[in-house]
Ligand binder design. Structure first.
Ligand code: TUI
Length: 304
């Protein structure tokens, strides 16, 4: 469907999934996805051009549906005829016709079965079932429980996301009926990710319980590494403080993490699989090891 060698998408991570990472993933045989969250339409147009300077392989764009620029971003991706659009943080129904008429494949991220069924009706070409192990904005169901339920509920291909950082996770996703995986955190800790080294090192240092979800009480749950900011935000929620106080600390947090490497007041969005990631590696190595390991696991029989 997409003309890629391996069924591996990189997450459309705002501020992180820029041309160097996106092109590296597509060059390595996966599908790189630009994270357009926080970009003006002009920024997005420029970023698409930068990817095209680096690779002639297919790539995609993620639309973060809470971004006020989405209507103009849709016009940009339609003009640019990118291979794939993924959507997150909302329902993409309004944009489906424009994207499909341009021949763009659309894979919405779905945190629940109900949304998967709805987007299939609107014409989605596939869905990305994203579990709450993921970094960033999340739903409430784990990948293990969500993926097989979405697989049974829709007929389009299902990609699994959330908690997948190696060939074991990829093999598990196939065992659950997924046809591919989307990987985020593992690619933040890649050589090519244009992210402050402090952010990458924080992922390497993290252990299994070092992420926290904040913003649930505000209806916008986000998973990040534990740090001064997220501990304070969690306390504010416990104390039932005014959401404006929460917002004033959280605003701009992802930018502080990605560009300034601010480990205290940055939002270091990362998934629960951070504890598994011990080394910064080139994207090609990450992808090739993942595929080799998944193949090896899936070719083993059962001995009982
Ligand atoms: O979107 C994500 N992950 C994200 S977006 C993001 S940017 C951000 N920055 C600061 C604060 C908040 C966000 C960081 N990480 N993943 C895909 C995803 N989509 N997760 C959950 C959803 C989702 C949630 C509800 C999709 C649809 C939905 O409901 C739509 C409806 O209308 O029912």
């Amino acid at each position: 469907m997409l003309g890629i060698r391996y069924p591996i998408f990189s997450g459309g991570m705002a501020h992180v999934a820029r041309a160097p990472l996106v092109a590296a993933v597509s060059e390595a045989g996966g599908l790189g996805i630009i994270g357009s969250g926080g970009m003006s339409p002009e920024d997005l147009e420029r970023e698409i051009a930068r990817v095209r300077e680096l690779t002639d392989k297919p790539f995609g764009v993620n639309l973060m549906l809470m971004d006020p620029n989405v209507p103009e971003q849709v016009e940009v991706v339609v003009r640019a005829r990118v291979a794939l659009v993924t959507t997150g943080a909302g329902s993409p129904s309004k944009y489906m016709d424009a994207l499909k008429s341009a021949g763009i494949k659309v894979f919405p991220v779905v945190p629940a079965v109900s949304l998967a069924v709805r987007v299939e009706k609107y014409g989605a070409d596939g869905v990305i079932a994203e579990g709450m192990e993921s970094g960033g904005h999340i739903g409430t169901i784990t990948t293990m429980a969500l993926v097989p339920q979405v697989v049974d509920a829709v007929s389009v291909p299902v990609m699994a996301a959330g908690g997948i950082a190696d060939g074991r996770g990829m093999a598990a996703a196939f065992a659950l009926g997924a046809e591919g995986v989307q990987v985020g955190t593992r690619f933040v800790a890649s050589e090519e990710a244009p992210v402050h080294p402090n952010y990458k090192q924080a992922i390497l240092k993290a252990r299994d319980r070092d992420t926290i979800v904040t913003g649930r009480t505000l209806g916008r749950p986000v998973r990040c590494l534990l740090n001064k900011l997220t501990k304070t935000l969690a306390r504010y929620e416990e104390e039932g403080r005014d959401p404006e106080e929460f917002e004033s600390l959280a605003v701009g947090g992802l930018r502080r993490a990605v560009y300034e490497g601010d480990l205290e007041t940055g939002s270091l969005m990362a998934g629960q699989i951070s504890g598994l990631i011990r080394e910064i590696k080139p994207v090609r190595e990450i992808i090739e090891e993942m595929v080799r390991e998944a193949r090896e696991i899936l070719s083993r029989g059962l001995d009982f």
